[in-house]
Structures are given as structure tokens and as C-alpha cells.
Design a protein around this ligand. Sequence first.
Ligand code: CTP
Ligand code: CA
Length: 224
Amino acid sequence: EKDIISGLPLKDKTVLITAGPTYEAIDPVRFIGNHSSGKMGFEIAKAAANLGAKVILISGPTNQTVNHSLITVLPVVSAQQMYDAAHLHFKNVDIAILSAAVADYKPKNVATQKIKKKDSTLTLELEKTKDILASLGQIKTTQFLVGFALETNNELEHAILKLKKKNLDLIVLNSLNDKGAGFKSDTNKVTLINKEEEATVYQLKSKTEVAKDLFNTIINTLNA
Ligand code: CTP
Ligand code: CA
């Protein structure tokens, strides 16, 4: 209670955050990636640090930068590297928020030399990456685990399924329906859904404000 009043409710907490895209190598010069900017994850990291938390920010390739004494950035490239970094630190954290846009599939074989242009079509065989969030859901003990969901149809139903399947405490449903929400933008429209399947719909707002709303909910839940 004292720390809430002093404005540092996360003072003795460590928060792990994943952010940005992952890049999955095809050959030495090419990869499969996505347009995630990393903005949401970096805003979550800053919000956590501003609340007094120690932050481990595992980030895929982005242009985002942050300079805060409480934030350690661990840069990674691939889903496997993000998985390894997350598992290395998970047992020592209180809260984990997985906002990264992790590639769902990666090339099954990575060519050691640049693939030469040849036939009129080229087929790449892909295999699933490991689901970092689901794997943490399976091993979590006291950690408060937060995931994201990006859906285009039956949003609420799909998000609740993810919450249950991955054993989460909270899921952030990202709505693509509104202009100005999503990957490249500075704003987001989210719905937060807790373990009891209670959904709270938020207005379109800056990612900075979305991060604050997220920690309000987390702190209220932890203190309940
Ligand atoms: N996630 C993860 N590791 C993966 C894939 C996803 O940690 N290999 C995490 C994301 O960071 C996000 C959540 O899982 O917090 C949901 O990601 P999303 O892409 O919405 O769902 P998926 O489970 O990958 O299912 P689908 O893409 O088929 O909807
Ligand atoms: Ca996915």
C-alpha cells in the first residue's frame, strides 16, 4: 500500500517482456519476418520501469531504443533465440508479458549458401516454431503470465480460447477493426480478459496509455 501511494507499486518486482518480430533465416541473406514495430513491447517496458520494476526486455529486430537504468534489453533474432532467452530468465521474474509477434513457422532447412534463382517456382518447407508463451504457461508457478492475441474474427471467443489453452492470467486482445490500431501505429485498441473470462473494452489510445491500463489491471489483480 505504501508503494502504491509513493507511486512505485512494482518496486520489488521483476518483469520479463518479449517485443518485436522474429526473423527466421531462409539462407545467409534472407529471412521470413513480419511488420511488428516493437512499439507496444517497448512502451510496456517503460511503463513497468516507471512503476519501479526491474525489466528484462527480450526484443526481436526493431528500430526501438530505450535508455532506462531499470531496463535491460536482450536483443534476439529468431523465435528459438527468444525462447531460450525467455526460459533463461522466467524462473526469476514475477510478471511476464509476451507481446512479441513471434513467427509461427520457420524454414525447415536453412541453406548454407545463398539460394540461386532457378525454376519459375520455389517451394520452401516450413515447420512450426516453439510457442514461447504456451511453454511458459506449462512451467509457471507464481509468475503472473500475460499474453497477446491478434484476431480478425470471433475475437473474444478466440482470445478466451488462447487464455485457457496457454494457461494465462490475462490476455490482451488487439483489435484490428479500428483505423490506427495495430502493427505500425502509435495507437492500439485493446480488450483485457482475465482468468475469470471478464472482458474490459478500452478506447483507442496511445500505446503509452495502453501500457498504463495494462499495469493498472495487473497491479489490481495482484493486490486483490
Ligand atoms: N507466441 C509465442 N510464441 C510463438 C507464437 C506466439 O510466445 N511461437 C505468443 C505471442 O507473443 C502472443 C501469443 O502467443 O502473446 C498469441 O500470439 P498469436 O499469434 O495471437 O496466437 P498463436 O497462438 O500464434 O495462434 P494464431 O497465430 O494461429 O492465431
Ligand atoms: Ca501466431
